[in-house]
Write a protein that binds this ligand. Sequence first.
Ligand SMILES: C[S@@+](CC[C@H](N)C(=O)[O-])C[C@H]1O[C@@H](n2cnc3c(N)ncnc32)[C@H](O)[C@@H]1O
Length: 250
Amino acid sequence: MSERPPSPPFGGPHGRGPHPGGLHPGGPKNFGKSYQNKDPIITYCVEHSLKQTPAEKELQESTLAKERMAGALGAPEVLQLGKNFIELIGAKRALDIGTFTGASALAWAVALPEDGQVHTFDVDHTPLENTGLPVFNKYPEYKKKIVFNLGSAMDKLDELIANGEEGKFDFSFIDANKDTYPEYYEKSMKLLRKGGVILIDNSLMFGSVLNPIQPGHKAIDACNKKIFADQANANILLTLGDGTHVVFKR
Ligand SMILES: C[S@@+](CC[C@H](N)C(=O)[O-])C[C@H]1O[C@@H](n2cnc3c(N)ncnc32)[C@H](O)[C@@H]1O
């Protein structure tokens, strides 16, 4: 039996930043973002799944080429899954928690109808301004669907709840600071209507959930357990990208 070649410790040329792409020591090696983990089966799946527009391809390439924290970029296969759900459930309003250069917000804008809207949140708009906006400005048809919010995502979600927006969103993508994942999940559930879908990125965090030590890893593990314990809703934790937890609000 031939052995799989070892992954480079930090996942290759784009393995920089807070999501280095290196697998947790002793952890499984059969998942990871496709631009970091070049396992042939992951590559095969991606080659038979991605339907990216030129705008999405351009933003992905530009982020990988320009950003010091390029490894924070959402895996295109996870974004494809989100786009498919948006179309399937007829979503019109999406939450995007963690903008970075705007790749996930762009994916949702592509999938949403003409009158759809994405609310994206980030505490830092530097990557958006340096890398995202030069691409977005070429594609006003997508940019016009996105509301870029600067500030704490938690505060902004609380504002939406206080403003009577509970039950008025269709889709949420959770991908900001990991230590408050359980709270982002609770607030997303409040803001979603029945039949809404949540995707939670980095739900396996390079395998660290098997032995969570850092606060962020503990919070991801706690969030996975909280979702699974919730009998009222349906979920599936997938080894897609760096782990994608999908929640269906009943
Ligand atoms: C993994 S990146 C998001 C990637 C993006 N969703 C994509 O698909 O490319 C996480 C982002 O969360 C932002 N962030 C960190 N803490 C935050 C907070 N408390 N509120 C809002 N955004 C935060 C970071 O600045 C960073 O840009």
